[in-house]
Design a protein around this ligand. Sequence first.
Ligand SMILES: [Cu+2]
Length: 162
Amino acid sequence: MKSNHLYPLAGLALLALAAPVIAHSFSVGKIAIGHPWTRETAATQTVGGGFLTVRNNGKTADRLVSTTSPFATEVQMHSMSMDRGVMKMRQLKEGIAIAAGKTVELKPGGLHIMFIGLKKAFKKGAKIPATLKFERAGSVKVEFAVQPVGSTAPMEAGHVGH
Ligand SMILES: [Cu+2]
């Protein structure tokens, strides 16, 4: 596991500081994960969605096979689609394929991660630790940034400098 925040070269670190926005990202092998985020949950809420981008910089297809988090009893991968005007959510037991050279976006209304059986509420500004496991690249620890309830897209500005 390697966080992209840790630039080995001072020059790169300076460039990063000069940028107006610093994304939080993670990588393992040829897989790059961009801005994992989730939404604030109410105390009574038992599930929460998780969103991120996964890029496969390798020449071989890979697959996100599972996710675990100490904050949830179970973490599933879901797809969402319209079926005769009704939004349907379906569990992807085989995981999510990431073709070579491609980026897959997990976002509200589409593919997403589902935290089930929340052990405590997700508080705005907190980071939810999770481990993503890829068939080929292996496992990587990431943190889902908790955004406000109404968020529909990742907010990078909220965590500049971490
Ligand atoms: Cu779902």
